[in-house]
Design a protein around this ligand. Structure first.
Ligand SMILES: [Zn+2]
Length: 221
């Protein structure tokens, strides 16, 4: 549109008049200073959200994007705006999405060789991991164990389960009633077939070694 006075023809005036026909002027019957309708409203308001959505779809130049970025960063630093997720919890669906995205990133990085597949782990770290798995301190560590059957019975959870059963049964064999002998914790429902009951105290019973061996009959030792 040319600057300065723009002369409208009669036709122009008519179509403009027609287009406004029936509209109520925004300031009709209103007196004094008017407050903007969108003052203090956030994107939680559907009208604002609609406008924001529209704005999102308008392509912006790099310069504009940069300007927005700088302003947001400054406002964030000054504490005018807070992080949108502050004090909020992620939805389950968005958590899933985040997980997928992260996995994709890891896969990509592995392909690019950013993560070495056969990375050499330092001995000290391997030793520490081994100690945690076996549930022991450094003094007790004798070497690496790879057998999962042994590891599962060496971990802290198992040790605590065993002690809880001995305490409950007062360190007495529940079959022959002997005390002060070598005791073992027996799984009533077997370790092999009831993996969920492995560390449940009510699934254990204190037995002496001889009585325990009786339960193993037919299964070998
Ligand atoms: Zn016994």
């Amino acid at each position: 549109m040319p600057k300065g006075v723009y002369k409208r023809t009669e036709y122009h005036k008519k179509i403009m008049s027609d287009s406004h026909l029936g509209n109520i002027p925004w300031n009709k019957n209103k007196k004094g200073l008017q407050i903007a309708w969108n003052k203090n409203l956030t994107r939680k308001d559907p009208r604002i959200a609609k406008y924001a959505e529209k704005q999102k779809n308008i392509p912006k130049s790099e310069k504009t994007k940069n300007k927005i970025s700088v302003t947001l960063k400054r406002k964030f630093k000054e504490g005018i705006i807070k992080h949108p997720m502050k004090g909020e919890k992620h939805k389950v669906t968005s958590k899933q999405l985040m997980k997928e995205k992260a996995l994709k990133q890891i896969n990509n990085n592995t392909r690019k060789g950013l993560f070495k597949k056969n990375r050499i782990v330092p001995f000290e770290i391997r030793k520490k991991t081994s100690m945690t798995k076996q549930g022991i301190i450094e003094k007790e560590w004798k070497g690496f164990i790879n057998d999962t059957r042994i590891l599962e019975r060496k971990n802290k959870k198992y040790k605590l389960w065993r002690i809880a059963i001995f305490e409950r049964d007062n360190y007495t064999c529940q079959f022959c009633g002997l005390r002060g002998v070598y005791l073992e914790a027996h799984h009533v429902k077997s370790w092999k077939n009831f993996s969920k009951l492995r560390y449940v105290v009510s699934n254990g019973v204190t037995l002496c070694k001889e009585c325990h061996n009786l339960t193993k009959k037919g299964r070998g030792k």
